[in-house]
Ligand binder design. Structure first.
Ligand code: PEP
Ligand code: MN
Length: 341
């Protein structure tokens, strides 16, 4: 990190600022130029509060030369992280397919969809029990009962289950859930992220609707700072000026995140597009660009779905998508490993 000092900054105040940095365990290097003086900071600057430094009267500006995230940074962890959920792995050449309805609606529905997505090649069952809805009058999910039904579907099919947490006070209900999803709207619920950092479950962290890649990785860092390193990132489209699609899939986020971080990243083409026929081309793009998996919404009767029916695939449509995806995975030499649960 480089701190650019104001012209005519008083020496005493500059010295006091340098001591402040040294107290944080950093080495300081004052460079006096003809026009500008700067302080170079050497060491782990991730704990330096930029806003606090900027508030100092001798500081003109601050530039970071290294990323503010450490645990998630590939610079300190060259190998891909592989998240292993009862043998179903994600990352490092292993591809995860999480499919199922937006919301769990009944035992019959979730078991039927689970059987169909498993037969098509998915290795995880997704389904929302607690639903983040824009309107308080929309279906909010079956909550605890939804998790029970997911567990029944897991028992019937052997698929590990992925479901969203909306409130950390519900964590006890997730004790038998295999992957806890943090949805786009909670990506920056920092108190929740901190608590999830202390649990030993894999976390599927979705990118916020309007968050930068750096903010996304900082949210992963929150979880990792608590000790939980089993994180799967999910790009699910971001808000742009485009209105044709529900969101805009930021496909470049995949190679950028792979460059910056060792964490696996999957793509959710369903929420990105909001249109069923776009799921297949975007899923193929996901494989081509190096994603570690997919999350796809599948409903046995999309027209009657209690949430996100308009973007859900029928099981038959999902079969077709999986055929193209599996073909591309073969070309890439990537595998979908089934879980053993
Ligand atoms: C979901 O997966 O159903 C969901 C609500 O996703 P997101 O948080 O990406 O909107
Ligand atoms: Mn949904």
């Amino acid at each position: 990190m480089v701190v650019i000092l104001k012209r005519n900054a008083e020496h005493e105040k500059v010295n006091a600022l340098m001591r402040q940095f040294e107290d944080l365990g950093l080495k300081t290097n004052l460079v006096e130029g003809t026009e500008t003086n700067i302080i170079g900071l050497i060491g782990d600057t991730s704990k330096v509060d930029e806003q606090m430094v900027l508030a100092n009267s001798v500081v003109e500006s601050v530039r970071r030369v290294s990323e503010p995230y450490k645990a998630a940074n590939r610079k300190f962890h060259a190998d891909d992280t592989v998240v292993d959920i009862h043998g179903a792995k994600i990352g490092g050449g292993n591809f995860g397919v999480m499919s199922g309805p937006c919301s769990v609606e009944s035992e019959e529905q979730i078991i039927e969809v689970a059987q169909r997505v498993k037969a098509a090649g998915a290795n995880f069952l997704r389904g929302g029990a607690f639903k983040p809805r824009t309107s308080p009058y929309s279906f909010q999910g079956l909550k605890a009962e939804g998790i029970e039904l997911l567990l029944a579907a897991k028992k019937a099919t052997g698929l590990p289950i992925v479901t969203e947490i909306m409130d950390i006070r519900h964590l006890d209900l997730f004790s038998d859930v295999d992957v806890i999803q943090v949805g786009a709207r909670n990506m920056q619920n920092f108190e929740m992220l901190k608590q999830l950092g202390h649990c030993n479950k894999p976390i599927l962290l979705k990118r916020g609707l309007a968050n930068t890649i750096e903010e996304f990785l900082m949210s992963a860092e929150y979880i990792m700072a608590g000790g939980n390193t089993n994180i799967i990132l999910c790009e699910r489209g971001i808000r742009t000026f485009e209105t044709y699609t529900r969101n805009t899939l930021d496909i470049s986020a995949v190679p950028v995140i792979k460059h910056l971080s060792h964490l696996p990243i999957i793509i959710d083409p369903s929420h990105a597009a909001g249109i069923p026929w776009l799921v297949e081309p975007l899923a193929k793009a996901a494989v081509a660009v190096g994603a570690d998996g997919l999350m796809i919404e599948v409903h046995n009767c999309p027209a009657k779905a209690l949430s996100d029916g308009a973007q859900s695939l029928t099981p038959d449509q999902f079969d077709g998508v999986m055929q193209s995806v599996k073909h591309l995975l073969d070309v890439e030499g990537k595998k979908i490993l089934p879980a053993n649960c």
